[in-house]
Design a protein around this ligand. Structure first.
Ligand code: SF4
Ligand code: SF4
Length: 471
């Protein structure tokens, strides 16, 4: 029985409600007036329910799809402007006791070399990441109670925050590790993590159990209820996502939005971010084995409808996607991307080889500087901002500021100040020229005059060597 306030996974992600939502969307997908009324209503930035969003996703009328895309662009521009937040993944260990059939780190894969970074190796990776210009990381580790216990993750976070190399610093560490206990989530919070990220992979319980035949992750309820435990432990910012291609995309799309509605109803704050990975090739993984792989067109539609349905939730795309695909979804709603990523353990300090320790094949293999340059050419502002978490603007405090529109007075100057730092410390000569031109134009778009004046002053101070200003 569907109950979005329930603590039980099978009730807040009710299978029958997902099927009923899809059936309702199918019945109504020819109802032009209804779809148009939803598109009009969603222009108020208040989002849509999972059923309403399922209907937009089912719509096949090209003219209406273009209207949805136009609305998604408008919402993105209104809330996120042309800023794109940058981050990089950092793989700590690929030892894993689980059996996820879509991941090369599964325990039975004997062809992949296993590796776990020591604290010295982590420090070297962090120096390499800082030398690229990164300020925000997403930690990744397989689940292994003996080799990757929570103490190892906590020690690694401490190491990462402690490294100050030249002008570099990692200012926000997001963490993507296996579902755990409230007690452990409290320890992660105390370690100063940014977002706790955990992908559901698929919300279809039966399919989930087939895709995860062994290991602790095979417990659907424990995995699906993880964000409740994280939020109970005081982690305000959680990041959810499914791996498109494992299940029919319509099922997982509805399940994802029901999860977001559950968190909002129960904790007063929905997910901070939604990631939109698609299944892609890797060692021991052939995408031909997955019959639900989605096309670029469907992928773009998913991003656009998510942007409309949950306007204030950041949306993340990784280097699994090609530059071309990333450009399309940036336009339709994605607000955060990784750049210069290595998806192998130790990848930032060693030459990465396709067949070694990568979790997935990277499509976008450009350096961070090349990605920054490309974003600038497309008219975006690459942002290395990490201010909210450091200013205590998390969870509902962040959401209320975002919904009031006041966040633009933080995001815009913070983006420009952190981009100025990038320009001074890491950019190539031609990227620097582009950045200086962009800052001169974009500083005028900081809404509040006093904040604008302060940002101008801070940018001058950055040019003369000071660092780490934020609003
Ligand atoms: Fe392990 Fe995560 Fe890969 Fe599953 S997806 S095998 S839990 S690393
Ligand atoms: Fe993100 Fe906050 Fe920085 Fe805006 S000010 S980019 S919301 S961290």
């Amino acid at each position: 029985m569907y109950d979005k306030l329930s603590s039980k996974a099978v009730e807040f992600i009710d299978h029958e409600e997902i099927l009923a939502s899809i059936a309702w969307a199918d019945e109504n997908k020819g109802n032009r007036a209804l779809i148009e009324s939803l598109i009009e209503r969603a222009a108020d930035y208040k989002g849509l329910s999972h059923r309403e969003a399922a209907l937009l996703l089912a719509c096949e009328d090209e003219e209406l799809i273009q209207k949805m895309f136009a609305l998604a662009r408008r919402i993105k521009q209104h809330i996120y402007g042309n800023r794109i937040v940058m981050f990089a993944p950092l793989y700590l260990s690929n030892y894993c006791v689980n059996s996820c059939v879509y991941c090369p780190y599964h325990a039975k894969n004997k062809t992949i070399p296993r590796k776990k970074l020591t604290q010295e190796e982590i420090a070297a990776e962090v120096v390499a990441l800082q030398d690229m210009g990164h300020k925000r990381l997403a930690l990744e580790a397989g689940e292994h109670p003996i080799l990757n216990p929570l103490e190892y993750i906590l020690e690694s976070i401490k190491t990462i925050y402690s490294i100050k190399h030249k002008n570099g610093a990692i200012r926000r560490v997001n963490v993507n590790i296996a579902a755990t206990t409230v007690e452990n989530y409290k320890k992660l919070k105390d370690a100063g993590i940014g977002t706790y990220i955990l992908f559901q992979e698929t919300y279809n319980k039966e399919n989930y159990e087939m895709l995860h035949p062994r290991g602790p992750k095979s417990d659907y309820a424990y995995h699906t209820e993880a964000m409740d435990r994280a939020m109970e432990a005081g982690i305000d910012d959680v990041g959810i996502g499914v791996l498109y291609g494992l299940e029919t995309y319509r099922y997982d799309f509805v399940g994802l939005l029901m999860h977001a509605e559950h968190l909002e109803a129960k904790f007063g704050c929905g997910p901070h971010t939604i990631s939109v990975p698609r299944i892609c090739p890797a060692d021991d993984i052939d995408t031909a084995d997955f019959k639900n792989v989605i096309s670029d067109e469907i992928f773009q539609k998913i991003v656009a409808v998510l942007r409309i349905a949950v306007p204030y939730t950041g949306m993340i795309v990784s280097t699994r996607e090609s530059a071309e695909s990333r450009a399309k979804v940036l336009d339709l709603g994605v607000s955060q991307i990784s750049g210069g990523s290595r998806t192998s353990v130790g990848g930032y300090t060693e030459e990465e080889r396709h067949d070694e320790t990568s979790q997935f094949d990277v499509s976008d293999t450009r350096t961070l500087d090349e990605v920054v340059s490309w974003l600038l050419d497309l008219g975006y502002i690459p942002s290395f901002c990490t201010a909210c978490y450091r200013e205590g603007r998390t969870g509902d405090r962040f959401m209320s500021l975002a919904k009031s529109g006041q966040i633009a007075n933080c995001c815009q100057p913070n983006a420009l100040m952190t981009l100025k730092e990038y320009s001074e410390d890491y950019a190539s000569a031609d990227v620097r020229v582009k950045i200086e031109k962009l800052i001169a134009a974009e500083i005028e778009r900081v809404p509040h005059p006093k904040i604008r004046a302060k940002a101008v002053e801070n940018i001058k101070k950055i040019a003369s060597g000071e660092r780490d200003f934020r609003f």
